[in-house]
Design a protein around this ligand. Structure first.
Ligand code: ATP
Ligand code: MG
Length: 421
């Protein structure tokens, strides 16, 4: 059975969330497609109906014009086929305006304005549909004496109906996006509170045994009877380690202050520290464009990032291989740190997942190392971290990008010069 906090469960939650996202997207796409398809078929029907209607209307005009009886035109045009919504222009054989219907032209308009509107409408109608020809015959002899043309375009209703689903779907999508943003914002805020709260509490709880240990150390130092050099040395080391852990947790639990640091020296320290603790078959190399690149970092947190990435690298190489850290400037004058291993690599399909909390391929891993690293680099340092390159059985390169500090490559300070010497 899965316990609710097991890593399988955590990984499962992310898996389910992704499946749910895909499902919601798929259902939305289907709804949108069906709604557009349905309206399009309505539009098609209505278009055909309007075409039939205009044909009939043109026939009515033709019949009315070819009639002797003056009452019949009125009967047809106003009662039998009254066209009250399709815009129509009637022209003579040469395309000159004769009359119109359902075009918004007020009596009060000047002649120029009326002509202008007619010309514009006519141009639109010529684009929209093929005109219909009316044959004028002498009612008595049946001789053809002239032709007229009926031009028309879609009714306002039809035009609106064509755009309606797009407008409706955009409004719904916009609203959906807004709701999603609000929810994801409040979820992120909640996650932040949990991270910060837990970290603060851990730092706080570590504080008590740590000060007690320090007091014991002082006691050992002060009493020559119990003083033992090797024990005190080891104790001292453990206390520094605990102090470092406390500093990390308390930094992540507050708004960490960034300080100008020599990046090369900071990483060199971490490398030296790690080198003594990992397999001797892993060689660590540090290369830097310059030993004087300074950046704004929070050292306890930044060290944690480098440590997490290097530990992953050691795991990926099963304890044998090379880790190379390169520090350089990119063309945008940002500071780039590439950490390359010669390990087993990350499959392409998993590269996007390695920063997800809970994603792990290790028996004893929690899948938190990289998500913590991402949080530290992106939230606290406003930098970037990503997998630059990975090849199965060849190795992986993680890249960190930080803003260069204004005094990059400045003159070495006294303590820097000493440390570099
Ligand atoms: N250098 C690397 N080479 C190959 N795979 C890696 C590398 N770094 C990370 N990964 C993959 O990404 C996963 C997530 O790494 P992450 O550090 O977040 O968690 P973890 O190491 O599994 O556990 P934790 O760090 O919490 O102990 C790893 O389990 C591993 O599959
Ligand atoms: Mg890890």
């Amino acid at each position: 059975m899965l316990n609710p906090f097991s890593k399988e469960k955590v990984a499962n939650i992310y898996q389910q969330k992704n499946t749910l996202k895909i499902l919601v997207l798929a259902v939305s796409a289907i709804i949108a497609a069906v709604s557009i398809y349905y309206t399009n078929s309505l539009v098609k029907d209505l278009k055909e109906r309007e075409k039939t209607y205009i044909d009939l209307y043109a026939k009515t005009i033709e019949m009315s014009a070819n009639q002797d009886n003056l009452e019949i035109p009125f009967l047809f045009q106003e009662i039998i086929v009254p066209n009250n919504n399709i815009p129509v222009i009637l022209t003579d054989n040469m395309g000159n305006y004769v009359s119109h219907r359902n075009i918004d032209i007020k009596e009060s308009y000047s002649k120029e304005k009326k002509d202008e509107i007619i010309a514009k409408e006519l141009a639109e109608m010529q684009e929209a549909h093929q005109h219909i020809e009316i044959v004028l015959k002498d009612p008595k002899t049946g001789m053809v004496y002239d032709y007229q043309h009926v031009y028309y375009k879609n009714s306002f209703l039809l035009t609106q109906l064509q755009y309606y689903p797009y407008i409706q779907l955009s409004v719904i999508a916009g609203f959906g996006l807004l709701v999603y943003l609000i929810f994801s914002y409040s979820r992120t805020a909640e996650q932040n509170r949990v991270w910060i709260g837990m970290a603060k509490e851990t730092a706080h709880q570590l504080g008590t045994p740590l000060s007690s240990l320090m007091a014991w150390l002082e006691y050992f130092r002060a009493d020559p009877d119990v003083y033992d050099d090797s024990i005190v040395k080891e104790l001292d080391k453990d206390i520094s380690r605990l102090e470092m852990i406390t500093a990390r947790f308390s930094s992540i639990g507050s708004i960490p202050t960034l300080k100008e640091e020599n990046l090369y020296l900071a990483i060199k320290n971490t490398v030296n520290y790690l080198q003594t603790r990992i397999s001797s078959k892993v060689r660590m190399h540090l290369q830097s464009e310059s030993e004087m690149i300074r950046v704004l970092i929070n050292k306890p947190l930044f060290d944690w990032v480098i440590e997490n990435i290097c530990k992953n690298a050691v795991d990926a190489m099963s304890g044998v291989g090379d880790i190379t850290i390169r520090i350089m400037h990119d063309k945008n004058n940002k500071v780039v740190i590439d950490i390359t291993d010669t390990g087993k690599g990350i499959p392409k399909s998993k590269i996007n997942q390695v920063f997800t909390p809970g994603y792990t391929t290790k028996k004893r891993g929690w899948g938190l190392g990289l998500s913590l690293a991402q949080r530290i680099i992106e939230n606290y340092h406003k930098g970037k971290i990503f997998v630059k390159h990975s090849e199965i059985d060849v190795g992986t390169t993680f890249r960190i990008i930080l803003d260069a500090h204004t005094s990059v490559n400045g003159k070495p300070l006294k303590e820097e010069a000493q440390a570099l010497a």
